[in-house]
Design a protein around this ligand. Sequence first.
Ligand SMILES: [Zn+2]
Length: 475
Amino acid sequence: MSIRTIIGLEIHVELSTKSKIFCSCSTDFGSTANSQCCPICIGMPGSLPTLNKKVVDYAVKAGLALNCNIARESNMDRKNYFYPDLVKGYQITQYDQPLCKNGFLEIGQGKNIKKIGIKRIHIEEDTGKSLHTNQDVTLLDYNRSGVPLIEIVTEPDLSSAEETKEFLESLRDILKYIGISDVKMEEGSLRCDVNINVANENGKSFSNITELKNLNSFKSVVKAIEFEENRHRLLLQEDKNTSKETRRWDDIANITISMRSKETEYDYRYFLEPDIMNIALSEDEINKIKETLPELPRDKRERWATIFKLPEYDINILTSFLELANFFEETMAYYNSPKKLSNWIMTELLRRLKEEEMDINQLIFTPKDLAELLDLIDKGVINNSIGKKVFMEMFNGEGKPKIIAEKNGWIQIEDIKVIDEVLRGILRENPHSVNDYRNGKDRAFGYLVGQSMKALKGKGNPQLINKVLKKLLEE
Ligand SMILES: [Zn+2]
């Protein structure tokens, strides 16, 4: 019996606005508990919410990047439920009129491109956070209460854990590119619930949908889907069914555990939020937001493959975030060997940034400086290993590459007379190695090159040393 898996996602993304959705409290992550809340975001009686315009702009931006239709008019609703970290007893969200509808995101390559439908994107407020201590006490932190979210709901178009992972990675890249969220899963700014069930290939027999919650990494998304897929398949094969329920993933036991039966929309008693005016967007406003969209990752990768002809691996790394991609392209404006530049960025630059825990925006040198450094190496003014030293100095803010090389006396020695003289001295000092070489021991040559390089303080042109040394040994 062939069985297929059906997966739909509900993704909550924290928007990186400076203030919350309905008040001016800060959204900074990691501040002292309950230091960033006011009567509005903790829902004190009589407080009145005011919608943050930036939240609407960001949601529209996400909608446009995900090919959605943007609603000219929408509104906010109350979703009623009780939960300790939801002080008001209801969450302000959007129900029947979301800001964005009917979009899609493509995954896969070439002939295997698959369109994953985006059912809706709506805006809503986040809840507070419960902290369970080991003394059986639960503490509540309301700093997160009222932080703006978008909820992205997909159509049930995904059919495996692998596809889901690809979709989420692609979505994360897009949201990061358009600058509306830092999409850090570990800080809770990207949270994913998975709806999963299985069906017979003929579509006659379905298992009931399970909702998977508390998935806090792409790895746990994959593992939870694989586990649940298997559980549903086994039950279906035995002609039994799963119950319609919400389950959580246990990262230690590697299993899903039932939490509660799944709520229906009816359970929430949605009704129109009376304290917030309807949201109206003009064609003009939407177009203005459209103009702020950068080239999206997929388009960029395709363009780069054509113009820079770099391997897919390099392209994926260099386009993984917009600032890095921009840095590469800006450097390419002054330099013409994409692969060489790519190697330098992927090794030297990214390594240094990681070591210093720095952001590429904090670099002291410019793309033009890096192009100049690579030019100096290409022209033989400095050799590759000196180039790495110059790079370190540039990184530390010591100035332009040429000046650094000159100041430190690192300019490569090209003067054939100087090299000839130094090399003759080396041969005189190492008669044994000279003899060995003449008796066919090739390793002796390497040793003599090393000694010559040392005598020239690393500044000799390696090709020139090789040439002159061979000539002298054959005299
Ligand atoms: Zn507040």
